[in-house]
Write a protein of this length. Structure first.
Length: 153
């Protein structure tokens, strides 16, 4: 439902908002990513525009080591930082976690030295594809949706 070519997406049914957000934060921290920014889109848009939206949280995550190396090689790459990890409730009431697919970034950034920093890194673990972490009911579009690994221990 929310598959796009530039993001890694994971549908999570039957889990609470607090559980998923906590697991995303834990997973990011375990991978060396700190959360620099946090935007409660639902609250912000209600306050600014008076619109009602489903819960939607944007976490601006950064791995300082990789960011520093990338900025040394190409200062303009800062326009692509931090990496956003989104948690939101979809129209089907399931929770979704999305992150930019690093391969999409490297279609924009043509400096091969910057690509080498990632060294095949597929983004924070909250966004890396992994199979077997959820039941089939959580991923009815598995062949089309890229999984963002995170929950279900």
């Amino acid at each position: 439902m929310y598959e796009v070519g530039y993001a890694l997406t994971r549908r999570l049914a039957g889990r609470s908002w607090d559980e998923v957000v906590a697991r995303v934060r834990e997973t990011l921290a375990a991978e060396g990513f700190g959360v620099l920014t946090e935007i409660d889109v639902q609250a912000t848009l209600e306050k600014k525009l008076g619109v009602k939206r489903r819960p939607y949280l944007i976490l601006g995550a950064c791995n300082p080591t990789m960011a520093n190396k990338a900025l040394e090689l190409e200062p303009s790459i800062g326009v692509l930082l931090p990496c956003n990890v989104d948690v939101f409730v979809g129209e089907d009431e399931a929770l979704y976690v999305q992150s930019i697919d690093p391969r999409a970034i490297f279609k924009v950034v043509t400096n091969p030295a910057v690509g080498a920093i990632a060294g095949g890194h597929r983004g924070p673990a909250a966004a890396r594809p992994r199979r077997g972490l959820s039941s089939p009911k959580d991923r009815p579009e598995e062949s089309r949706v890229r999984a963002a690994s995170l929950v279900s221990r």
